[in-house]
Design a protein. Structure first.
Length: 540
């Protein structure tokens, strides 16, 4: 399953924790390049003054489908989070709470019991949600070969309806994260009747048969998707009767649409637009907490990068602060950890970050490591793509770093579609040693990125295998106590950093813009799994 940031969605982020942690977090302020004002992480936006008939929202790409089993990226989830609901749910503060499950029980380490809310109606049919619909939906996510979320169910033994509104999940082994993933698209419940009726067309037309505050309206392919308020919603009704998502793939077009009022708001605002939007005084630009780090993915250990000293040298030679200033318009924080700081409690953050190398550039030490590795003049191939600052400016920065320490870093340009294929296709990655990867956590726990390097994991492109690492991952997965688990994960974070399995670069706050008509959208990355659009209403 891919939980990486998508192409242009390289427009994120920094992180907050969860229900389980106290917010430590990266620095909350800084000075944005091109602006005389400091940027601040905002906890929320002003509450709406009332309802609104409709608002429009810019989206950098059209979703290929809105089928929940394929909701692995920003375009799908930003829309789907308002239409479909999961057993658990995120809040705007990135805490996890019961969703369609009114209550959850964990009577043993290998048993989860979900007691569903009564009188929840499905879009499309008006029928009431039952345990049979939940079992059908979860089984479809688990056993469908096209599911991008199937790996979440890897420890599941059985899923059964143990009552009209009760579902019991039996696991083959303890899994501390299964319930957390039920707040993502992996836990979506949809109508069995609607999904079956739509068949192969499900997710591309007609009803989605879900339970959220909006239902799917008109989808004009290549142009826009409309959502309409679901009149039979079980919860608080949406403040807007309609939402229109306009697909604006060109960053300049995206920005101009905001400046001219063609659209009312957007997440994933391009960094080059920050200063212009701020200076225009036509709305408000916010920066909020997220769960993302910008990294360089090590794709192969078979060549020169198989020597850890070469990986360490590249990490030391990279000008992270320069990239934050140039690529992220000064809005971000250089880091030497692939996990965001805010995904740790105050106590475990020290253990996770205490002995990590400094993110500061050190050319002299990097040169010495290259010399010790006998790697002078060796060639490394890095992918670059014109889809965002992390895929275009960052590769150039790493190429420059390589040249300074005696490495020949060759850039190979790939198309936007080709870049997306890097996350799932060995063939697409053929001939590459590295590629940039902006990664967001799909649960509010650092494990979500650390387990990428367990032997055989889907994201373990380089084929890293370490019995010590695997043992720690298994221990963390089996530990339900949060404090104890994070201590184990802190050791994993240290081990990953020592081995430089990816090269961490920066944490990046979530950018949100709304014009003066609307307000209420969360500032955080909650929009992935929370019905954020239902909170948007009239600003005046």
């Amino acid at each position: 399953m891919r939980r990486s940031a998508s192409p242009l969605a390289a427009v994120l982020l920094t992180a907050l924790l969860t229900a389980l942690t106290a917010c430590a977090g990266p620095p909350g302020t800084g000075t944005a390049a091109g602006s005389k004002q400091t940027w601040t992480l905002s906890a929320a936006t002003p509450a709406p003054k009332g309802d609104i008939n409709s608002f429009s929202w810019a989206l950098y790409a059209e979703p290929p489908t809105l089928d929940f089993i394929s909701a692995f990226d920003y375009p799908q989830n930003m829309i789907l989070s308002n239409v479909c609901e999961s057993l658990m749910s995120w809040t705007p503060k990135l805490t996890e709470v019961p969703g369609l499950a009114q209550s959850v029980q964990n009577p043993s380490p290998t048993t989860w019991i979900y007691n569903l809310r009564p009188d929840v109606h499905f879009q499309g049919t008006g029928q009431t949600m039952t345990a049979n619909d939940a079992v059908f939906s979860m089984d479809r996510t688990w056993n469908n070969p096209n599911s991008d979320w199937g790996q979440i169910y890897q420890n599941v033994k059985t899923i059964t309806a143990t009552g009209p509104l009760q579902v019991t999940v039996k696991l083959t082994r303890p899994d501390a994260f299964f319930n957390q993933y039920m707040a993502t698209a992996a836990g979506v419940i949809a109508s069995k009747a609607v999904v079956t009726q739509e068949g192969a067309n499900y997710g591309t037309q007609g009803s989605l048969g879900c339970t959220g505050p909006f239902e799917l309206g008109q989808w004009i392919k290549g142009q826009s998707i409309e959502l309409n308020r679901f009149q039979n919603y079980w919860g608080t009704p949406a403040k807007s009767a309609h939402v229109i998502f306009d697909f604006l793939s060109d960053p300049a077009e995206f920005t101009n649409a905001l400046l001219t009022g063609e659209v009312d708001g957007a997440y994933l605002v391009p960094p080059q637009s920050y200063a212009r939007l701020e200076a225009a005084h036509i709305g408000s630009l916010y920066f909020g907490q997220a769960l993302t780090t910008v990294n360089i993915n090590i794709d192969s250990f078979s060549g020169v990068l198989g020597n850890v000293k070469v990986r360490q040298a590249l990490s030391l030679a990279l000008d992270r602060n320069g990239f934050v200033k140039t690529g992220l318009a000064g809005v971000g924080t250089a880091t030497s950890s692939i996990t965001p700081r805010a995904a740790w409690t105050d106590g475990t953050e020290t253990a996770a970050f205490g002995n990590l190398p400094s993110p500061a550039q050190n050319i002299a030490e990097a040169k010495q490591l290259i010399k010790e590795a006998g790697a002078e003049g060796k060639t490394i191939t890095l992918a670059t793509s014109p889809v965002g600052p992390d895929t275009s400016i960052l590769p150039t920065a790493l190429q420059s770093a390589g040249e300074e320490i005696g490495l020949n870093v060759v850039l190979k340009t790939v198309s936007p579609d080709g870049y997306t294929a890097l996350f799932s296709s060995n063939q697409a990655r053929k001939g590459l040693d590295m590629f940039p990867e902006t990664y967001y956590l799909s649960i509010t726990d650092p494990f979500d990125i650390l387990d990428n390097f367990q032997t055989g994991n889907f994201q373990d492109n380089a084929g890293y295998s370490n019995p010590v690492y695997d043992k720690l991952i298994n221990e963390a997965s089996a530990t339900y106590n949060t404090a104890a688990r994070l201590k184990i994960e802190a050791r994993i974070n240290q081990l990953e950093a020592q081995q430089v399995l990816w090269i961490p670069v920066a944490e990046w706050p979530n950018a949100l813009f709304m014009d003066k008509r609307i307000t209420g959208a969360p500032t955080t990355i909650a929009y992935m799994y929370y019905p954020w659009a239902a909170d948007v209403g009239a600003a005046a």
